[in-house]
Design a protein around this ligand. Structure first.
Ligand code: B3K
Ligand code: ZN
Length: 884
């Protein structure tokens, strides 16, 4: 296998300074003419010019207008070193967009043409030094049929456009900013745009455009509002203005991921652009806001300062996720709404990144080696990367962080740099912070993989009025990473008296207390902190707000957790205490053969949450959800997914029954009567109403009652927005009600022309709680549905990923049918779209953590895929690692 290693990084032997591209666009055969102005990197030894190229048909090569000899070597185009230290290289080649099912490079979607270049797609368009440290100024001319492609877009500013002969026209674009090839984009399609003019704080005028297919224009309002809000936010929070006259977003149906931050021309999966109350849920609206923000924020963190090499990917991704998370929190408004967002972010980190870091794909935030870079656009690089940036933010504070950002741009604007450069700027801007004092310790977050374990024990001494906290950290060994060193952990703490009072915090040696909430900094394996003047025995509330991405073992008893759950001023820990109580009960049930049963103390605590009028509905909804099967599976060794499913289902049944009256009250109390708005307040109410309805219909399925299923059906029919409609439909489908099928049929009939809603139609059925193998059978049947296809990534994911990522009990079957299906699908997808296939292949990452018979059956399925000789390098890397 061809492995790329971080330690082998070498600056390029040549720089490409300017790029002049001309495209004669055609879905079957596009002609690309490229004219590059190149300079030898005088710091490097004289070497031949080696250019990347993939799936290209080369027509000619000229150096300074003269033909030269060239050869193909290891998949690269090699031209012997020209004598001149600067020269012009002209290349002409063709590509076939309509045959490009990988959706990387130039490809066709519907009747339009689109590009995706990150990470290594540009080499599928033309020969180039396709690496992020080669930055150039681009001028791009697009020519094509005017009827088929009325809109011709590329990065930067439009210089010129006009008609050509034979019904063709052209557009010429120029991007004044130097950029790496992965940020190049073009679009040629029949689109319409929502436009808005805005003035930035500095007084500059900008044109914002959101391009979509005809007919979708009225679904672009939220995306446009999110774009304007992102612009204002980045100016206010970080003093970073929009640097372009024109900023464009284009929506495309077929796209491998969420969206792409091409300079001035973001290309988006339609899922993250199109929304109306009738077709999109509150979660969809939130997703649009955060992805629009994310891509917009990349304009500075990613585009103005980019990555030296792909090992530094988290430099832009971790930082930009942090920025989009902060943006969404600021947009959410109230402290409670912020906490709800934080809980959501942590939930997803723990369900996706923690298992990743415990399995065969475990890698540091800055990886050391890869086979296919597309496999490293991971939860570790993104979400853990964001937590690492958050660690800095916690250590230096909001102002210190802004100062660090300013210094980072002052030093590196316009360049391709490393994670070290970022950390150094943050430290240098905050010379008296614990970050600056322990920079090397901090940087272990970039080099050490795995999730650190933080152990905490407290000891109250009534005679001395002291509370001593013993903290220790340990990062378990991983293959290739033994003997790990302690990391820099900010541990946010508070102390609660047993009656719930927040106690003032004064450490030994300090002359007075400093508030009731503070951050302790760990730099070593063990620390002892002694709080003095502690007037009552107390419960420590540790790692508030999830102040570091670790697993916490605080040894708290159920009684302690009940105190936190009832009184903690930190909403995150209040939620976490409930989850911990639930997890303890699920664990106990997994270790016993007796039927699973929740105790009264737990049920009463849940009842108290539901009845508490001071708590927001959004928080209640999160608190009332038991930890997911995916999360629990990561907390247990040798998991039996079927047993876990039946344990958890039994507990949910019990909550449905025991809290029946409270669910009825919650449903009634959380009806939104005002006009639809996807804001935090309304969506919290809808979320709790939907959970209540699900519980009421579930209870009905246990008792045979027909009233609540009937009400759910009525609500499904009459709903005025997708959140309510889908919630009611889900309540019926998830309880396997007789009314589910008629509702599904009606849903399909209503939305058969709405691609994004059809995705929901499939997903909802794919992730329904498994019962007697019915859901798995339904999924296989739905694969044959006339609306199902594997060639559209959203549609493929809607069924396949719903099964493997959202429905462990349907997937992990004792007869191994789920694994057989998985292996077949990995092999089929791999010939079509390796990026999608390798993502899907990761569904069995954690196979070694399964109990028998699952474990052996999973291994067999992976081995069957591995035996296929011609797997893509993307999928090969995942499979090899799984079997290593
Ligand atoms: N930077 C892109 C991701 C590209 C993925 C390539 N396989 C989107 C984002 O993170 O904003
Ligand atoms: Zn990103």
């Amino acid at each position: 296998a061809n492995i790329v290693r971080r330690e082998d990084y070498l600056a390029p032997a040549y720089w490409i300074r300017t790029v002049d591209l001309t495209f004669d666009l055609d879905a079957a055969k596009t002609i690309v003419a490229s004219k590059l102005f190149i300079e030898r990197n005088l710091e490097q030894m004289e070497q031949p010019l080696r250019l990347h190229g993939e799936d290209l048909n080369l027509l000619r090569v000229l150096v300074d207008g003269q033909s030269v000899s060239f050869r193909h070597e290891d998949g690269m185009l090699v031209i012997d070193a020209p004598q001149q230290s600067a020269f012009t290289l002209e290349i002409r080649n063709t590509v076939a967009p309509e045959k490009n099912t990988q959706l990387s490079g130039l490809y066709a979607s519907g009747s339009g043409l689109f590009t995706q270049c990150e990470a290594e797609g540009f080499r599928r368009i033309t020969y180039f030094l396709d690496r992020p440290d080669v930055m150039a100024v681009y001028t791009v001319t697009l020519r094509g049929d005017k009827q088929k492609y009325p809109v011709l877009l590329s990065n930067g500013n439009l210089l010129e456009q006009g008609d050509l002969d034979n019904g063709r026209h052209f557009a010429k674009w120029h991007d004044p900013f130097r950029k790496p090839s992965y940020l190049f984009a073009l679009v040629a399609a029949d689109l319409v745009a929502r436009e808005q003019r805005v003035r930035s704080r500095s007084g500059r005028d900008h044109l914002l455009q959101v391009f979509v297919k005809r007919g979708d224009l009225e679904k672009t309002e939220h995306a446009m509002n999110s774009l304007v809000a992102s612009m204002i936010w980045d100016e206010h929070r970080f003093n970073l203005p929009l640097d372009l006259e024109r900023f464009m977003i284009v929506a495309v149906d077929d796209f491998n991921m969420g969206a792409m931050e091409n300079k001035g021309l973001n290309i988006f999966n339609t899922k993250y652009v199109l929304a109306s109350a009738a077709t999109a849920t509150d979660a969809d609206f939130d997703g649009i806001e955060s992805v629009v923000g994310h891509e917009y924020f990349h304009n500075w963190t990613g585009n103005r300062i980019t990555c030296q090499d792909w090992f530094q990917l988290s430099l832009k991704e971790g930082l930009t996720v942090f920025r989009d998370q902060e943006f969404s929190m600021d947009m959410a408004g109230s402290a409670s709404a912020r906490a709800v967002r934080r809980i959501g972010d942590v939930r997803s980190l723990r369900e996706r990144q923690f298992p990743e870091d415990a399995g065969p794909m475990s890698h540091p935030v800055r990886p050391d080696a890869y086979q296919a870079i597309d496999n490293f656009y991971t939860a570790t690089v993104y979400e853990k990367g964001s937590e690492v940036v958050r660690v800095i933010h916690t250590l230096v504070g909001q102002q210190g962080f802004a100062a660090g950002m300013a210094l980072y741009f002052q030093r590196h604007d316009g360049f391709a740099v490393t994670c070290d450069d970022f950390a150094q700027a943050m430290a240098d801007a905050n010379p008296y912070s614990p970050l600056a004092h322990n920079l090397d310790v901090f940087k272990r977050w970039y080099s050490q993989a795995g999730t650190p374990r933080l152990t905490a024990r407290g000891e109250y001494n009534a005679a001395n009025a002291t509370f001593t906290l013993y903290l220790s950290q340990h990062n378990p060994a991983l293959p290739g990473q033994n003997d790990k060193l302690p990391q820099l952990l900010p541990v946010a703490v508070g102390l609660l008296a047993r009656d719930g009072t927040a106690l003032p915090l004064q450490l030994a040696g300090e002359d007075h207390a400093v508030g009731t909430d503070r951050v302790l900094v760990m730099t070593e394996a063990q620390h002892t902190f002694t709080f003095v003047n502690v007037q009552a025995d107390c419960v420590p509330s540790l790692l508030r707000g999830f102040s570091a991405p670790v697993v916490l073992d605080d040894g708290l008893t159920d009684a302690d957790l009940l105190v936190l759950m009832a009184h903690d001023t930190d909403a995150f820990n209040r939620w976490e205490a409930g989850q911990r109580l639930a997890l303890n009960r699920i664990r106990a049930a997994l270790n016993s053969d007796a039927p699973a049963a929740l105790d009264d103390a737990f049920i009463e605590a849940m009842r108290a949450v539901l009845n508490d009028t001071r708590l927001d509905p959004a928080f209640k909804e999160l608190a009332l959800l038991l930890p997911s099967e995916v999360y629990v599976a990561d907390q247990v060794t040798g998991i039996d997914p079927q047993r876990l499913h039946s344990v958890r289902e039994a507990m949910v049944d019990q909550l449905a029954t025991a809290l029946h009256a409270e669910w009825e009250a919650a449903f009634a109390a959380n009806q939104v009567r005002a006009g639809y708005k996807p804001d935090a307040v309304q969506s919290g109410q809808r979320a709790l109403a939907n959970l209540a309805l699900t519980m009421l219909v579930r209870h009905a399925s246990l008792t045979g009652d027909t009233v609540w299923p009937g009400r759910a059906y009525q609500r499904f029919k009459d709903a005025s927005n997708m959140t309510d409609r889908l919630g009611a439909l889900e309540a019926l489908v998830n309880s396997h009600s007789e009314l589910a099928q008629p509702a599904l049929d009606r849903f399909h009939a209503l939305f058969r022309h709405e691609a994004l809603v059809l995705d929901k139609f499939f997903m909802l059925q794919g992730r329904a709680p498994e019962k007697d193998g019915r859901v798995f059978a339904r999924i296989k049947q739905l694969m044959q549905h006339p609306d199902f296809t594997l060639t559209n990534p959203n549609r493929a994911r809607s069924l396949l990923f719903a099964l493997t990522a959202g429905n462990p009990a349907a997937f992990h079957r004792t007869d191994a049918a789920g694994y057989v299906f998985w292996a077949d699908m990995v092999i089929t997808l791999d010939t079509l779209n390796p990026q999608l296939a390798s993502r899907f292949a990761r569904a069995l990452d954690r196979w070694t953590n399964l109990a028998e018979p699952y474990r052996s059956a999973a291994r067999e399925a992976i081995a069957r895929v591995s035996a296929k000789a011609d797997l893509s390098s993307d999928t090969r890397e995942i499979i090899d690692r799984a079997l290593a």
